[in-house]
Design a protein. Sequence first.
Lengths: 245, 245
Amino acid sequence: MENQGKKPVEVCFSPVVFDRFFDPEAIVVVTDILRASSAICTALAYGVKDIIPVPDLEKAKWYKEQGYIVAAERDGHVLDFADFGNSPYYFMEEWLSGKTIAYSTTNGTNAIQMAGEAHQAVVGSFLNLTATCDYLKEQNRKVIVLCAGWKTRFSLEDAVHAGAIVELLLKDGFETNCDSANAALDLWEKAKSDLYPYILKAAQKKRLAKLGLDDVIEYCHTPDQSNVVAVFDPTTNKITDVNNK
Amino acid sequence: MENQGKKPVEVCFSPVVFDRFFDPEAIVVVTDILRASSAICTALAYGVKDIIPVPDLEKAKWYKEQGYIVAAERDGHVLDFADFGNSPYYFMEEWLSGKTIAYSTTNGTNAIQMAGEAHQAVVGSFLNLTATCDYLKEQNRKVIVLCAGWKTRFSLEDAVHAGAIVELLLKDGFETNCDSANAALDLWEKAKSDLYPYILKAAQKKRLAKLGLDDVIEYCHTPDQSNVVAVFDPTTNKITDVNNK
């Protein structure tokens, strides 16, 4: 069905409208730049074996009881039973190399589970932008970028990242008739020449600054730090790097 | 509570996330540029007395049986029991002057009913942009722009119109810390110097073109054709022009 001509790319700005975009034949790229998807792509780049996205906290506690390393936060706060929280910097540690991490966040891990209902779910970030888009082009399928947002609200940093994906895909084999994809592209075109200053107006930047957690903003908006392609397999419930197996 | 300093302005891109924005103290401006809010503001400018927004079709039929003039469409098609559909041009007719119209559409009329739960609901359009913003400034309250969208999906023309409202309000007494308001403003800044060509990429333009209904696009994107201020009063269930009483 999706084998001829250009493939569509669409952008969904909030998980609560994802049912209006859902297509079982599509690849869904989840973006939650501040900070879940940046943390996941960092972890895999630094040698973490795989990551289990855990939507609810009861299940995250259960993983802890089973002996897993658990990263878990809500609203920017590390949970008391967790080993650490949501900063990508935590995931760079050498002791995590080769390990499996169970990971639960306010917005991102729910979106990953939703995306797992489609043909394939990929976790995207600026850190591995080109590698992810190269992978998407190879798959030759419709792509939907799902922005995790902030508690269902539109997030500027996720929309701008979606626009960066749309730009790369439209250059090579994709087309769009999706208003949110066109809007994301326009926002990315405005932001890209000076991305870090642009994103300082984002509400999530201000939330993180209040908690002293905004040291990761510039890092999370630095493209192409690795060639990780973070694919979620709902049959194993794990996210792995399929590009460096 | 909202009496000191600058008032906030926010933008909600879809009715299904409106619960995350809802504030009983706010004024909500509903925008559905193609075509409900443009049609309503046109009707009031051409002398229609008031408009009853009707979300469901059973109720629209009931109004017809009671002898009301009924405008009703779904997905661009005029319904068989209705007097006419959703084009602003229908609402310019002289025989409608002084009359009440019951009006039901795919997206806009539902959003108006939702907005009626807040402190006040206003129907906005490019056609009465400055008059609407002048009214909002006078009210000295938080403003939320609610984009009707297309079946809950993001609509480019509604977002760009929201950005035009944000620009005018930020110039005079308002501030924002809302990502979707900032994004709408950036889209408007990109679009405004050449609005009609910009909006031709909108998906709704293409839907209307398929039905031969895209003759209204340029009209609906022409700012300041009237000084109507279209306020919905949920106690009477009617939209009237409060600026030219």
